[in-house]
Design a protein around this ligand. Structure first.
Ligand code: C2O
Ligand code: CU
Length: 426
């Protein structure tokens, strides 16, 4: 058992490997519409790149870059991306992390499509339904390919934003080949323009496997969005560390101070840093400053989804150090769902080990409770929930996107050794 591409076998193991099921995912495509079309071409290739610190690295790139080009579209656009593999020998795909799209466009090699081999192409097509901060990465041998550079940012700009800002930046935290600490591809940190008085929306994407504690020095800030989904009336924060798990996104909003400079940096890897504006270097956060808590942040908003509502099915997933319910990969029984059902999933991380950012494909879920206490702030909709040792979370989702979907830890090292499973529609 190696990578996350082997799940076709699992489907067969579950007795669902008949052509009917495979075909049903392939048949899930976006219906024709009059949505404006945004076209992109991405070519995957083995590339020698030179970092800005002069180091040369063999990277696997989209269009010669890592991260690949930032794709920016508008909410409601039809996004058409032609992927060509020039010479990545083991094949590539593109998974649109966090995007709710038809199964056939999900980019999971061996599950929703075959890997795209050297010389081949595959065209993805989906409607960018939800605005927000997303990213893309190869989902063929993901743990290796994302780390070698096959990933980039996807920003879906809102038609009407709940928040107003003068600058909109997106930033990828990446560790190329597990060694080079890069902020939007730059070693040693990134500098961005912003003038005193301007409001900045900073979209942080953790493309690395481990949680990063990001501090904002120099200005009070709000967390306006998690995993691309806006929060309801988020309050002002000051001097807190925001923990972003592998694959997760946090959008921060702040106004540039008169002193001119704001700095956002990781507690563990200070080279993951973004400096905005010029002026006086702000004072750093204390290492033991408080940690951002989303369970009581922002204002509640009734959406009818509560921990004690009626669920059609409830599942419990006990997370081990690198397994799910004591099983790995193909051995983990799938979550079976049926179109139209409401599903509750309880994650328990009680045995010990590193944090697990558990990620679900094809659906947004709502985080209901932490350690059996219902969330009291803004509703949190997300495609991942990060559990530290001792954590229990319950999430809810509606089974409204038929197909074959992965649920896995986005510490891709954990996924590689088996912390993956499927959600299958019956
Ligand atoms: Cu970024 Cu299967 O995920
Ligand atoms: Cu994990």
């Amino acid at each position: 058992m190696a990578d996350m591409s082997g799940h076709a076998g699992h489907v067969q193991g579950a007795g669902a490997g008949s052509p009917a099921v495979a075909a049903s995912c392939a048949e899930m495509t976006e219906a024709p519409s009059n949505a404006p079309v945004k076209r992109f071409e991405l070519t995957a290739a083995v590339t020698e790149i030179e970092l800005n610190n002069g180091k040369k690295v063999e990277a696997w790139t989209y269009n010669g870059l890592t991260p690949g080009p930032e794709l920016r579209v508008q909410e409601g656009d039809r996004v058409v991306v032609k992927l060509t593999n020039r010479d990545v020998l083991r094949g590539v795909t593109i998974h649109w992390h966090g995007v709710v799209l038809p199964c056939s466009q999900d980019g999971v090699a061996g599950v929703t499509q075959d890997a795209v081999w050297p010389g081949e192409s595959f065209t993805y097509e989906f409607i960018a339904k939800h605005s927000g901060t997303y990213w893309y990465h190869s989902h063929q041998r993901s743990s290796q390919q994302a780390q070698k550079g096959l990933m980039g940012r996807l920003i879906v700009e809102p038609k009407a934003s709940a928040f107003s800002y003068d600058r909109d930046y997106a930033v990828t935290l990446q560790k190329l080949e597990d060694r080079h600490v890069l902020t939007n591809g730059r070693a040693g940190g990134l500098a961005l323009d912003a003038e005193p008085g301007e409001t900045v929306r900073l979209r942080l994407i953790n493309a690395y496997n481990r949680v990063q504690w990001m501090g904002v020095a120099g200005a009070p800030f709000r967390v306006v969005s998690m995993d691309g989904q806006d929060l309801n009336r988020p309050g002002l924060l000051e001097g807190q560390w925001v923990g972003i798990g592998g694959g997760q996104r946090y959008d921060l909003l702040f106004t540039m101070p008169a002193s001119g400079k704001v700095r956002i940096y990781s507690k563990q890897e200070e080279k993951w840093s973004v400096t905005l504006g010029e002026g006086v270097e702000p004072e750093k956060l204390a290492k033991d400053a408080p940690v951002f808590d989303f369970t009581a942040y922002g204002k509640p908003k009734d959406d009818g989804i509560t921990p004690d509502m009626n669920f059609d099915r409830t599942y419990t997933l006990k997370l081990g150090p690198v397994n799910i319910n004591g099983n790995s990969g193909h051995q983990v029984p799938p979550l079976i769902v049926k179109e139209g059902e409401w599903i509750k999933v309880r994650f328990e991380h009680l045995v010990g080990g590193d944090e697990h950012p558990m990620h679900l494909h094809g659906h947004l879920f709502k985080i209901l409770s932490k350690n059996d206490k219902p969330l009291t702030g803004s509703p949190i909709y997300a495609d991942s929930v990060m559990l530290f040792e001792g954590d229990v979370y319950e999430i809810a989702f509606k089974a409204d996107n038929p197909g074959l979907w992965m649920e896995h830890c986005h510490n891709l090292g954990h996924a590689f050794v088996g912390m993956t499973m499927m959600v299958n529609y019956e």
